[in-house]
Design a protein. Structure first.
Ligand code: AMP
Ligand code: GLY
Length: 422
């Protein structure tokens, strides 16, 4: 089969790496890809935002199946554009991507189905939102309803912070995504993510992971897309994984079906493990980045077959095998990230790092220029190690990180600390 992978980050490199192992694959194309993905795929120089260009390429090249990796494309309706032209693709559809595209919709769905989550209300004007926030007490959580490039959540520690956050969103601070907001109760606890795959009716579990969203060691500094992750997450016990499937994922897919929306694709469940049990933080409609970089190295089964089954309504025939090993990834980033950073610095040590035991280097923001790999993103590389436990995977990952360098690169030195502290 000819497969088109849409995207260019570390998650997409991990997807390309896993898809390339499939016996079903004849040719893999990636648009626009990166220097690491180019090892597994033919690079197609079409931006992930150019839906018409992607559709035209897919039709001309005779693509059998497209894997759309990112929220912006799914929520923006690339699935619908491709399917409209007869190209099968991993969803969800634009209508079903409301799972990630509207926080208020998901909260209402939780209420309807009795899915545990923080108390909340939806607002379209600031006055009532401010009073409700004050009534909940502080800290309180203010969320733009729509996608905001991962920045749409503000945790306000006082009434003045909360009022400021509410005004900021209604004044367009997050663009259109803040025309409606959700104000919700703050949940204390430890976060973990759980992934599942749905074909609209059948749902199968993938695996759990824990991310490190803050830029600095000890979970300090501004939020990022994620500075490292590991899978499995020791806190997601088998009992909790069952709860994630039975009390969260399955009722959610069922609620979509009742609305006439077949949810076909990945469900990424963000959970807060509170003293009162697990509660939903949010859903995403795709693999996480960098969570995919630790899930996919543990998957022994054919990823492509599973993704095809999610589109084809045959997930009940799929049972996935996972290694017992732990995978851990350390994100190496450009100095300044998540703010502005330099582009074009040459990266050294990649081959030496990749030759170490248990190491796979996924590229996130790289390009090949004059035969050299250069850093062109904020998050640049995901140094991924497998090992018999978190401690071994972490030692291996950092040994590889130490071999790699470019001007002003940095990374967190404590990936996996929660798991090791247990
Ligand atoms: P994002 O991934 O940008 O949507 O960020 C959401 C993050 O905000 C989550 O990962 C949590 O750390 C935090 N968060 C969201 N909702 C709550 C809540 N109700 N209580 C505590 N933390 C929350
Ligand atoms: N690592 C967080 C995300 O993919 O949204």
């Amino acid at each position: 089969m000819k497969i088109l992978l849409v995207g260019s980050g570390g998650r997409e490199h991990a997807l390309a790496w896993a898809l390339a192992k499939s016996p079903l694959l004849s040719r893999l194309y990636a648009a626009p890809g990166n220097a690491g993905i180019a090892e597994f795929a033919e690079i197609v120089p079409i931006a992930a935002t150019d839906f018409e260009g992607l559709k035209n390429f897919a039709v001309t090249a005779g693509i059998d199946f497209a894997v759309i990796a990112a929220d912006a494309q799914l929520v923006g309706g690339l699935w619908d554009v491709l399917e409209g032209a007869g190209i099968r693709a991993l969803g969800p559809s634009k209508a079903a991507a409301v799972l990630e595209g509207s926080k208020g919709f998901v909260k209402d769905l939780c209420m309807e189905k009795g899915i545990p989550t923080a108390a909340y209300q939806r607002f379209r004007e600031p006055g009532a939102a401010k009073s409700y926030a004050a009534s909940l007490g502080f800290p309180v959580v203010i969320k733009a309803d729509g996608l905001a490039a991962g920045k749409g959540v503000i945790i306000a520690n006082s009434e003045s912070e909360s009022d400021k956050a509410i005004d900021f969103m209604f004044e367009g601070g997050f663009g259109d995504s803040g025309h409606e907001i959700v104000v919700e109760e703050f949940m204390a606890g430890e976060e973990a993510s759980f992934f599942a795959l749905s074909d609209g009716v059948n749902v199968i579990p993938l695996a759990g992971a824990q991310d490190h969203k803050r830029v600095g060691d000890g979970d300090t500094g501004p939020n990022t897309g994620g500075m490292g992750a590991y899978s499995p997450a020791p806190m997601l016990t088998p009992a909790l994984e069952r709860i994630a499937m039975e009390q969260f994922i399955k009722p959610t897919v069922a609620a979509f079906a009742e609305r006439g929306l077949a949810y076909m694709g990945v469900l990424y469940l963000g959970l807060m493990i509170t003293k009162a049990g697990p509660k939903l933080v949010e859903y995403n409609c795709r693999f996480g980045d960098p969570e995919a970089q630790v899930l996919l190295p543990r998957l022994k089964s054919d990823l492509l077959a599973a993704l095809l089954a999610a589109r084809g309504g045959t997930l009940d025939k799929i049972s996935l095998q996972w290694t017992d090993e732990v995978a851990l990834t350390v994100v190496m980033a450009s100095g300044g990230y998540p703010g502005s950073y330099e582009k074009g610095n040459v990266i050294s040590g990649l081959e030496e790092a990749a030759s170490l035991p248990g190491i796979t280097v996924f590229h996130a923001g790289t390009e090949k220029r004059d035969g050299k790999i250069v850093a062109v993103g904020g998050r640049v590389l995901d140094i991924t190690a497998t090992g018999k436990d978190v401690a071994q995977a972490r030692t291996r990952a950092y040994a590889a990180v130490d071999r790699i360098s470019w001007k002003d690169c940095f990374w967190r030195t404590d990936i996996g600390w929660r798991a090791l502290a247990r």
